[in-house]
Design a protein around this ligand. Structure first.
Ligand SMILES: [Zn+2]
Length: 77
């Protein structure tokens, strides 16, 4: 066995190598990629994303409410 030097992984986010213990394996649609914890934490739920998500949810709720209203209106009874 040779004395192992610190393993590094290529971070697809920073496009540099980081020590492996700072890396997380991210599973994406296109496969799995290594990304550093720092970059994950940095981009975790940014304000804009949270707002976009909130809009999506309220849009979905609105659409649901509308379809329910239509269903009630269209009831043959
Ligand atoms: Zn990184």
């Amino acid at each position: 066995m040779n004395t192992e030097t610190k393993k590094t992984r290529y971070c697809y986010h920073c496009r540099v190598y980081h020590p492996e213990e700072e890396m997380r394996l991210m599973v994406t649609k296109t496969g799995s990629r290594w990304r550093c914890i720092k970059s994950i934490e940095a981009t975790k739920k940014p304000q804009a994303e949270r707002e976009a998500y909130g809009r999506q949810v309220s849009e979905a709720n609105k659409a649901e409410a509308q379809s329910k209203a239509r269903m009630i209106l269209n009831q043959p009874d």
